[in-house]
Unconditional design. Structure first.
Length: 281
């Protein structure tokens, strides 16, 4: 295995912060010399602080940077150099985007089990029956909540979307007072404390909770009435949420199918407004 592949595969096994992923990506272009640099030298060449480099080593499962560097050196020294003539091209640089796409294809593929399972059916029943329907997503999950809410308002009578941690407690209480029966919560890493609090508060108020998260091992998994898993892509500096988008739209499609007449009626009403806001070249 090439040293670059070893480091990349190692990084995939752990949840790294965006800064740590950026260091890994820059280190991929620094082999083989990076295995013989100090924390100060790596920090200077990757544009971060020395403690940040040290924390990367521990985040990758090593006791400290010396142990990490020893492992790097062993991999570099054990790699057999490729013999190539002067007419051969040098290897192309690592393309993180290609790897990220491959990972997302696998993530979306894993949704087959989710959308055909009993948990999906239970989530559809709970969310379709709730009027109004609450949708929550904070920080990294805010865009997912807004995306779902935008389309949900096309087919459901009442949808309340909250992406503000400061008003979340009031929103959950309001939903309860308006006789909502369920709440859809997007909970992508890193999990905001306010999101976990909302799950607990909703259940105390009698609201069922459907949570879309990245892992069945999320710390709050046992507190959700229904947990739907949509893995995130971790091959780039920031998480990518392709699987979560596909799952949420699949969920919305299934909700629409529970009352096809209402769905058709509301979609036709929305279509009548299109000419007022669309601009075609």
């Amino acid at each position: 295995m090439a040293p670059e592949d070893w480091l990349l595969n190692l990084a995939k096994q752990y949840r790294l912060s965006p800064t740590q992923r950026q260091i890994v990506q820059r280190m991929l272009g620094m082999f083989p010399g990076v295995a013989f640099l100090s924390t100060v030298e790596i920090a200077e060449q990757t544009g971060v602080s020395q403690p940040t480099v040290t924390r990367l080593a521990t985040a990758l499962g090593f006791a400290g940077f010396p142990e990490f560097r020893t492992a790097l050196r062993e991999v570099v020294l054990s790699a057999v150099p490729e013999q190539r003539g002067p007419e051969q091209r040098a290897p192309e640089r690592f393309d993180a985007g290609v790897v990220a796409i491959e990972q997302e294809c696998a993530n979306v593929g894993s949704l087959h089990r989710v959308v055909t399972g009993d948990r999906m059916a239970a989530a559809v029943r709970l969310l379709a029956a709730s009027q109004p329907l609450g949708v929550v997503g904070l920080r990294a999950s805010a865009a997912l909540a807004e995306h779902f809410g935008f389309f949900a308002r096309r087919i459901l009578p009442s949808v309340i979307t909250c992406t503000n941690a400061g008003t979340l407690a009031d929103t959950v209480l309001q939903l309860s007072q308006q006789n909502a029966s369920a709440l859809l919560i997007f909970a992508m890493p890193r999990y905001p404390a306010a999101t976990v609090a909302a799950i607990r508060r909703a259940r105390k108020l009698g609201l069922s909770t459907v949570v879309i998260a990245d892992s069945a091992l999320a710390p709050f998994a046992g507190e959700a009435d229904v947990l739907l898993v949509a893995p995130v892509g971790t091959g780039l500096v920031f998480d990518s949420h392709a699987a979560a988008v596909v799952l949420s739209i699949s969920l919305l499609d299934a909700i629409a199918a529970t009352d096809p007449e209402r769905t058709q009626r509301r979609l036709e009403a929305h279509e009548s407004l299109v000419d007022d806001w669309i601009h075609e070249a």
